[in-house]
Design a protein around this ligand. Structure first.
Ligand code: HT7
Ligand code: ZN
Length: 871
């Protein structure tokens, strides 16, 4: 496919004032009739033809203003419908198409999942249903009639409010008519039909609208949707309180399905979710699953304003809705749970996914300027870095300035298809601040490196911070301009307390200095003693910080920093430096500093358990590899990490044993943050206590596995057992399977644990598991849990020196490409770090990628990733 450029944007030539859709659902021949009220756009090209998008469509019939159309007056291909000479500047075009939902394995457009009918239209799925100007800047008012056999699909859902329903006389069929009064682009269209169970609730908005809430699930799963419903109501209340945003329809429905390409979709009034982000019980869902559900339910709900009421002008602006909505869901979860712990978890995820992406061949700006396949731009950069950019705006403008900017954005752009320029201008205009340099965060890719050193002048009582910034070159961007970086910091005195932060004579009230030049110095005055700087507090900017702090400074900060994020960061950095040395040299340096810092954190009664669990979890193999950046031998990284875990586990055995007992549950299971934190710390202790594979450690894990009354404890114990080649491993895996074999989401966890075993037998194990009756290449959750987890997290086996891991994954990609290109392309993107590898593994990865790139008939999705990954 050819490249599409942001600079080529043109307003649509034709607008759709309203659209009436009629679906006659049938497993293989669903009839779709659409009536489009088309109107020439005065801002479009004069005299332009009507060109509607399609994708694999079969046209049945066409009419204009009720009169059938034939022959040369139009041209229809599966991918386009053209009226070269439209009859007037406004007319009604009636189009009938036939689609086959059962044959739809891409899960885009109208497809079937567990025999139910369901749609996914973002970004370009609507064109697989009917011909339409399938672009986000064409907003229309949709009315949808859905008809189906009543026994096959007793539930019929659409966007908006239900206006009519009934039986089709003399047949076994029935129908429902849904009307959505809010103009929307086609990507927000949805319909669902099938045999579904419902849980109901209601919500009273602050202005008094009674909203009917429904969560639809497959029959038998209703008991598992309660937490999602609770999360939905909390989200609705929070958006009113935090952003003044109220829900705007009489109904809000969520449908959970088992076949879904991503996590969930924010269709207006009818969100469709992957089962994984709706269904939870203590026996089947981990604490991470519960937080995931809360976050995704909130995210999709928040899209109602940031995405739906204000949508994107074009797909280049994807971060306008995604980055902002991730920021909003992160803030929601911070308010509902522990803010510091949420921040730590978010930064960990950002570094693992986005920093890695930014450092490799798939790096791109938060707002890309060119793409070939938009499906490949639903990335950590657009989502997570996009959220960081919004967070920085808030840091720079302060709480009140940020809220004023958001209010202005909602006021100005409600009903619009907007751009990043519109968004930034709202903040600039609301606060009077020039944000032109700040806007570079949207345009320049790559993670800035901030190099910081300090100079203490005892006589003058001053501390000078010298800061240099550099944004590394990334694909298509060899040179960069300096960015505006909000750097939150503190100067920690010898007593562990923050010293005053005064620049010249001016107190830095908010604790944030603004770095805007390539090199800059900040002179802090009025200090009594040499401070230890605590830099980038709360991770105020998504940068790689290089500082002259010593290991001793870090031990001090880990114990005393008033900023919890930097306490976490200090201990992580100590561990990271040890791991890097260990991986480079084959032997660990002295580990006392880490043990001292870890002991202090474990013993600190002011810290909550969840924080301790985060601080003491060593950096992952991926983070070490990213820091090493080149000639990475994953076996050496793994060995260093294992050695460090053993060193810490052995040195703190007593403390971990005490913690393990102290954190035992005292009452029935609850998914709340405090209880989850206790479980996290207890399970971290279990892991350290079993790290040597000692009989005692294994016995403890086995006992926990057998006694657990919740999935978090059971799966962590099983994870510990699977890391060791002991007889207990296979026995526990079998027991787990037997217990949960009917529950696909739980069996996904079973697949993942086995895919993560860092041993040469894993590849064969995975190949066998792909033949297991519970596995299916047609279901994205199964593929992600087995093959995706292998490629993304099993660094030693995916990157086997003999190349077998790379060949296996690319073979799966090629097979999958024929079924589901989106999922295949995501899997192939696991190769994005291959240039970091040492030469033998690098060559093997490159060979495997080339084989993919040279395969004829690739989907645009896979072709795009292969080409860009090879750079
Ligand atoms: N806006 C959605 C993104 C999306 C998606 C969802 C499901 C299947 C395919 C999809 N393609 C893009 C989800 C979100 O970010 O909220
Ligand atoms: Zn989203």
């Amino acid at each position: 496919p050819k490249a599409i450029h942001l600079s080529d944007y043109r307003a649509p030539d034709w607008l759709v004032d309203k659209v009436d859709l009629d679906f006659s659902l049938h497993p293989s021949q669903t009839r779709v009739t659409s009536k489009l009220s088309l109107r020439r756009n005065p801002a479009g090209a004069p005299g332009a033809p009507v060109v509607l998008d399609g994708d694999g469509l079969t046209l049945v019939r066409l009419a204009i203003d009720g009169k059938p159309l034939a022959g040369p007056s139009f041209e229809a291909t599966p991918d386009r419908l053209t009226l070269a000479h439209p009859p007037a500047d406004a007319f009604v075009l009636e189009v009938e198409t036939l689609v086959d939902p059962t044959a739809n394995t891409q899960l885009m457009g109208l497809y079937r999942t567990s025999s139910n009918y369901c749609t996914q239209c973002e970004p370009e799925g609507f064109r697989r249903i009917t011909y339409y100007p399938d672009r986000p800047d064409v907003l229309s008012v949709f009315t949808t009639r859905v008809e189906a056999d009543e026994a096959e699909a007793p539930v019929l859902l659409g966007n908006g409010n239900l206006v009519e329903s009934g039986k089709v006389d003399g047949t076994s069929r029935h129908y429902a008519v849904w009307h959505d009064p809010w103009p929307k682009p086609s990507y927000l269209f949805a319909l669902v039909g099938g045999r579904l169970a419902k849980i109901s609730d209601s919500f009273l908005t602050r202005s008094g609208r009674e909203v009917e809430l429904g969560i639809y699930v497959e029959h038998g799963k209703e008991a598992r949707a309660g937490y999602a419903m609770d999360a939905l109501k909390r989200s609705m209340r929070w958006d009113e309180e935090a952003f003044g945003r109220e829900y705007d329809l009489d109904v809000f429905n969520i449908v959970a399905v088992s076949d879904f390409n991503m996590g969930a979709m924010e269709n207006k009034g009818l969100n469709v979710f992957n089962d994984k982000y709706v269904l939870a019980t203590p026996e089947t869902a981990t604490d991470a699953d519960y937080t995931g559900i809360e976050g995704v339910i909130a995210h999709e709900y928040f899209h109602n304003w940031t995405g739906n009421r204000i949508t994107c002008r074009d797909w280049f602006q994807l971060c306008l809705k995604e980055g902002l909505t991730v920021f909003r869901d992160q803030e929601f979860s911070s308010d509902e749970r522990s803010r510091p712990v949420k921040r730590i978890a978010d930064v960990r995820a950002l570094k693992a996914a986005q920093f890695t992406e930014d450092q490799g061949p798939l790096a791109h700006p938060v707002r890309p300027e060119t793409y070939r396949e938009i499906n490949n731009f639903y990335t950590a950069t657009v989502y997570e870095k996009g959220a960081e950019v919004v967070r920085m705006l808030k840091t720079l403008l302060g709480e009140a300035g940020f809220r004023a900017g958001m209010d202005l954005y909602f006021e100005r752009h409600d009903g619009d298809a907007a751009t990043i320029e519109d968004f930034v201008a709202s903040f600039a205009d609301a606060t009077g601040r020039d944000l032109s340099q700040f806007a570079l965060w949207y345009a320049q890719s790559g993670t800035p490196v901030l190099t910081v050193s300090g100079a203490w002048d005892a006589e003058a009582g001053t501390y000078r911070l010298d800061v240099a910034q550099e944004v590394p070159p990334t694909p298509g961007q060899p040179t960069k301009k300096p960015m505006l970086i909000p750097l939150a910091l503190g100067l920690v005195g010898p007593d562990g307390r923050d010293q005053p932060l005064t620049l010249g004579n001016v107190p830095v009230g908010n604790g944030v200095v603004e770095v805007s030049e390539a090199r800059q110095s900040f002179l802090f005055t009025g200090l009594d003693a040499r401070p230890v700087p605590s830099l980038n507090r709360g991770f105020s900017a998504p940068v790689n910080l290089v500082s002259d702090l010593t290991e001793q400074d870090r031990v001090f900060l880990a114990a005393h920093d008033a900023d919890p994020f930097n306490r976490f960061d200090a201990i992580q950095r100590i561990a990271l430096e040890m791991l890097k040395t260990g991986a480079r040299t084959g032997s660990l340096p002295a580990t006392e500093a880490l043990v001292t810092a870890a002991r202090a954190i474990l013993a600190d009664t002011t810290l909550d358990a969840a924080f301790k669990a985060q601080a003491l979890a060593l950096p992952g193999e991926g983070e070490v590899a990213r820091e090493l950046a080149k000639d990475v031998d994953p076996d050496a990284v793994f060995a260093a990490r294992k050695a460090l875990r053993i060193a810490v586990g052995t040195a703190l055995e007593g403390a971990f044993a005490t913690t393990y007992s102290a954190m035992a549950a005292t009452g029935p299971f609850s998914p709340d943050a405090a209880s989850a934190g206790r479980r996290a710390l207890r399970n971290l202790s279990l892991d350290f206590l079993a790290v040597t594979g000692s009989a005692e450690g294994i016995a403890r894990a086995k006992a926990q596995f057998e006694a657990a009354d919740n999935m978090t404890d059971r799966i962590t114990a099983l994870a510990v057992l699977t890391q060791h080649e002991v007889p207990e491993r296979e026995a526990a895996l079998k027991a787990f399977y037997d217990r949960f074999e009917r529950d696909a989401l739980v069996i996904d966890k079973w697949f993942t644990l086995q895919a993560q075993i860092a041993a040469p037998g894993t590849l064969d194990r995975i190949k066998d598991l792909m033949l297991h009756p519970a596995f299916s290449l047609g279901n994205p959750n199964r593929v992600r849990s087995l093959v995706g987890a292998f490629a993304a997290t099993n660094t030693t086996q995916f990157n086997r020196a003999d190349g077998a891991g790379h060949d296996f994954v690319t073979d799966v990609v090629l097979t999958l490409d024929g079924k589901n290109p989106q999922v295949a392309a995501r899997l192939l993107a696991s190769f994005k770090t291959f240039r970091q590898l040492e030469p033998v593994r690098r060559a093997s990865a490159e060979r495997a990628l080339r084989k993919v790139a040279e395969t004829p008939g690739l989907s645009p999705d896979v072709a795009d990733i292969a080409t860009r990954a090879l750079g």
